[in-house]
Design a binder for this molecule. Structure first.
Ligand code: MN
Length: 335
């Protein structure tokens, strides 16, 4: 009986604290995407391929610390994840977006926000040129992958592509931002109808892209906090400093000063690199530079104190100050 209760308790716990990803329903029937994508391809793509990414992702996360992470957190730190998590989290995210932005012609939202139109005109000249850039990115992607339209941290549009099931949220991507449109160029997306003719599939797919939905995604991406996270994540000197700060400050909170005593030189070196690095455009402000200057001074003070063999309580006080200063920088980076 006791065993039964603990099994129940464990499964309730995992229900409460971990999320299971699930296959989103397609908004339209498999046949509605004809003639551009045939019903059989849609069905296999959605119910078999996408389902497999979801199943394998849940399996890989079950019982691990990652089970409580959001999709964005899983993607952001892709370089630290196993291939299984990286591929299946990407697979689930990418396909979910793909189904959202596709609609049969007569069901498409015709309302495209003015700001989105303006951004396209300003950056690409016209919708036609944007489509050309997307087609180019999709047709030159070697092997399996995706072509993307993303919003970058400096709030511009960008066309890019990634291999396999990677995407621009991931820290392994060269061009990063929030995807608002993705085109699947895996052969499983088109082979039954188009065989090796990726170009024909691409000219067909533009008939199914619902630009009203893409435009809504553009508006939302501009104010999505994820955009700020990506920008900070792209500031490598900040990321680097943060790592050493975490590895020296957190043990000291628990009374272990050894990491700080052995690495105060490294901490200072990373602070100097950070304060002399170029922040991302929108963070390149006098108050950020001032805080970085103070942070470096504080790290220098700690370095000198360590050299003088200062007492633990002195070091704890000073590293706590450095940590507060760093958070000031991070918060400044949020606005
Ligand atoms: Mn696919």
């Amino acid at each position: 009986m006791k065993a039964l209760f603990s099994i129940l308790f464990i499964s309730m716990n995992s229900l409460l604290f971990s999320q299971e990803f699930s296959l989103p329903a397609l908004p339209y029937s498999y046949a509605s995407y004809e003639p551009y994508i045939d019903a059989q391809t849609m069905e296999i793509h959605h119910s078999k391929h996408h389902q497999a990414y979801v199943t394998n992702l849940n399996k890989a996360l079950a019982g691990t610390k990652m089970a409580t992470l959001s999709m964005n957190q899983l993607l952001m730190d892709a370089s630290f994840r196993s291939d299984v998590v990286r591929n299946n989290a990407g697979g689930h995210y990418n396909h979910s977006l793909f189904w959202e932005i596709l609609a049969p012609k007569d069901k498409q939202t015709s309302i495209v926000q003015e700001a989105f139109n303006e951004a396209i005109k300003a950056q690409y000249g016209s919708m036609d040129s944007l489509k050309k850039a997307l087609t180019q990115a999709a047709s030159t992607r070697f092997g399996s992958g995706w072509a993307w339209l993303i919003v970058t941290p400096d709030k511009k549009l960008m066309v890019t592509s990634t291999g396999n099931q990677d995407n621009p949220i991931m820290d392994i991507s060269k061009d990063r931002g929030i995807p608002i449109l993705g085109i699947d160029v895996w052969e499983h997306a088109y082979y039954l109808k188009y065989q090796n003719k990726r170009g024909e599939y691409l000219s067909g797919i533009f008939n199914l892209i619902d630009w009203g939905i893409v435009s809504d995604k553009y508006t939302k991406a501009l104010i999505d906090p994820l955009l700020i996270e990506i920008e900070k994540d792209n500031w490598f000197a900040l990321k680097d400093f943060h790592k050493v700060m975490g590895q020296t400050f957190h043990p000291s909170e628990e009374g272990n000063l050894i990491p700080l005593r052995t690495r105060s030189g490294e901490l200072l070196a990373k602070a100097i690199l950070l304060s002399s690095s170029k922040p991302p455009v929108s963070k390149d402000k006098p108050e950020v530079h001032k805080s970085l200057y103070n942070l470096t001074e504080q790290c220098e003070k700690i370095y000198e104190l360590v050299a003088k063999n200062a007492k633990d309580e002195v070091l704890i006080k000073e590293i706590t100050k450095a940590h507060d200063l760093f958070h000031q920088v991070q918060e400044l980076c949020h606005d």
